[in-house]
Design a protein around this ligand. Structure first.
Ligand code: HEC
Length: 171
């Protein structure tokens, strides 16, 4: 009996260790396959230094409803941002449409923010974004190699707007 309990405890500890180690390596966020059915609340030219890009931002139902209810983005909020390359002329200069805006050419990546209980728990204090975490995917949905600490560092100071740059547009 004791032997069974000891063996069971050992395998539980091993199992947890493996799960924990794995959780660190893996992207915490899964590709939100259905993001195109989310609300596209903002589209526009990206700010400097991303002058050759256009962004289209989508928010899931949980985020939209949360904002309507009390202006807060609850656990389960997912924000997906399509990053497009802008069209260039033959000299490599980004062209402007008659509206003075960039024109989309190719989808380059999908950047995602997701808020879940416990997300970011292992992130150093200066890189913490509440319980938001970040991920970036290739257009086919596979994980793009990118240092996610760069995302965390740039969004971290925005605690007053729930770590979002575009919060005023989400309504
Ligand atoms: C140098 C600063 C900077 C870095 C680094 C950065 N972002 Fe952002 N992010 C922005 C800005 C500014 C916006 C607003 C739209 C725009 O102009 O690009 C934005 C918008 C977003 C949005 C839409 C929600 C919002 O905050 O408005 C998502 C999602 C996002 N970024 C994810 C990421 C991910 C994932 C990474 C890392 C791969 C990343 N960001 C790295 C500055 C940054």
């Amino acid at each position: 009996m004791l032997r069974t309990i000891i063996l069971a405890s050992i395998s539980l500890v091993l199992g947890l260790t493996v799960a924990f180690a794995d959780g660190h390596k893996k992207n915490e966020i899964e590709f939100p396959k259905d993001y195109k059915s989310f609300k596209n609340y903002f589209s526009g030219d990206r700010l400097s230094p991303n002058d050759g890009q256009i962004i289209r931002i989508f928010a899931n139902d949980i985020a939209v409803k949360g904002m309507k209810k009390d202006g807060k983005l609850p656990y389960g909020s997912v924000i997906a941002a399509e990053i497009h390359k802008a069209k260039k002329d033959k000299d490599g200069k980004v062209i402007e449409s008659d509206l003075g805006r960039r024109v989309r050419s190719k989808l380059a990546a999908i950047a995602v923010m997701e808020r879940r209980k416990g997300f970011g728990a292992n992130v150093p204090a200066e890189l913490k974004n509440g319980e938001w975490d970040f991920a970036v995917f290739k257009p086919d949905g596979s994980v793009a190699k990118k240092d996610l600490n760069t995302c965390r560092a740039c969004h971290a100071p925005l605690s007053e707007t729930q770590h979002m740059f575009s919060i005023e547009h989400l309504q």
